[in-house]
Design a protein around this ligand. Structure first.
Ligand SMILES: NC(=O)C1=CN([C@@H]2O[C@H](COP(=O)(O)OP(=O)(O)OC[C@H]3O[C@@H](n4cnc5c(N)ncnc54)[C@H](O)[C@@H]3O)[C@@H](O)[C@H]2O)C=CC1
Length: 372
């Protein structure tokens, strides 16, 4: 079976505009044929449907670049160990997936298209299961972690410090999926907000989202001494390993978390780049980590922390939207850029920076994290 990315992409383009319906059909079909698989998923499937499509879209569009597809699917396979997914489940999922694309791309469906999907799914599931099997020899499927710190910071924001019961190796900028005892099988991604420490502790920046299961559990119902579960580290927006370039960091709200970890990592290295951090919030009260950032600035004179407030007319410091604030300075064209925050803010910032001459390969972002 040979891969035919063109046929897969063409047929998938018929499914993308009706992603919600297709995801509902997919899970309906999967659970009707395999009721025992329902227990692997959370009680509410709303967010799960989005996740499926994000992952699928990413895989389909990276079929032409085997390296990035392998890296992504490897992470996904390792991460799926924590759900209890085993090799036999992949066949059932593949059947439901092909049936879904057949249904929603009916007008272009041919035997050739079906063969292309079957080959692509076989290749993708092989990469995931192989990565999971390799990982099983060296790493747990998930980690237990004790809550050793819980600070409420401003309106509906908490900084939670966790100590895993065994080391959880990660790179500054990566995120982990978190499950609380209150909501079994519900996992949400949070970036680790510190560079790796010798005491193995991890900090998470949690914004309580109304109706958000895990964020509310972490913000309101979690105390020091409680235990949470963590999945393996994920994500590709990591600290630059080398290079001479100065850094621009743009962080919106709790999107600060991975950016702070990356800055900590750079500060701890022998490098001495200039680092500009534009740190945005809607109100001054939501600049929840400013005191610690100012402490870092006083200890590392190459760091400049620039708070920007968007929705508080009386704010005496820099005001306005973060994407627009990036344009109030000299050109960033020769910088490495790290951007994190709400999706529209990230998209607009990236757009403006590219228009201002920053090459796309120097702009680093991670789209898969969103705590709820
Ligand atoms: N907690 C974590 O570990 C991580 C969180 N994130 C993401 O970061 C985001 C943080 O959300 P909040 O703290 O609630 O941020 P928020 O909604 O309070 O906004 C933070 C900043 O982004 C700006 N902003 C918001 N929407 C914008 C738009 N449409 N256009 C331009 N600027 C905009 C605001 O003006 C403000 O400066 C979430 O989307 C979350 O998924 C990302 C990575 C890690």
């Amino acid at each position: 079976m040979t891969l035919n990315p063109r046929l897969v992409k063409e047929s998938f383009s018929h499914v993308e505009p009706v992603a919600d319906k297709a995801a509902a059909y997919f899970y309906g079909r999967l659970f009707a044929g395999n009721p025992h698989l329902r227990g692997l998923f959370p009680p509410s499937m709303d967010l799960q449907r989005d996740r499926l499509f994000r992952a699928l879209t990413r895989v389909v569009w990276s079929l032409d670049s085997p390296e990035s597809m392998a890296a992504y699917l490897g992470q996904l396979g390792r991460d799926h160990r924590k759900y209890g997914v085993v090799a036999e489940h992949y066949a059932a999922i593949g059947d439901a997936l092909v049936a879904t694309v057949r249904c929603f791309a009916a007008e272009v469906w041919t035997e050739e298209v079906e063969a292309a999907w079957t080959a692509a799914y076989a290749a993708a599931s092989k990469m995931m299961t192989e990565a999971a099997d390799d990982d099983a020899g060296v790493s747990p499927a998930w980690w237990l972690a004790e809550v050793v710190g819980h600070e409420e910071r401003g309106p509906a924001i908490a900084v939670v410090t966790l100590r895993p019961s065994q080391p959880l190796p990660y790179t500054a900028g990566q995120y982990v999926n978190v499950q609380t005892a209150r909501w079994p099988r519900v996992w949400r991604a949070y970036s680790v907000a510190n560079a790796p420490r010798t005491d193995n502790t991890l900090r998470l920046h949690v914004r309580g989202i109304p109706g958000g299961w895990v964020s509310t559990a972490l913000l309101r119902h979690t105390r020091v001494g409680d235990t949470v579960m963590l999945g393996p580290p994920m994500g590709t927006m990591t600290a630059p390993q080398d290079g001479e370039r100065d850094l621009l960091c743009v962080a919106g709200g709790t999107g600060l978390a991975p950016i702070k970890a990356i800055i900590e990592q750079v500060i701890a290295s022998p490098r001495r780049p200039n680092i500009h951090l534009l740190y945005g919030a809607r109100t001054g009260a939501e600049l929840y980590d400013l005191p610690d950032l100012l402490r870092m600035q006083s200890e590392f004179p190459w760091l400049r922390v620039l708070p920007v407030v968007s929705d508080e007319p009386g704010w005496e410091g820099m005001r306005g939207s973060l994407p627009e604030a990036t344009q109030r300075f000299h050109s960033w064209a020769d910088h490495d850029v790290f951007v994190c925050g709400p999706d529209p803010m990230v998209a607009e910032t990236v757009h403006r920076l590219q228009a201002g001459g920053v090459p796309p390969e120097r702009i680093h972002r991670d789209t898969a994290v969103s705590g709820y």
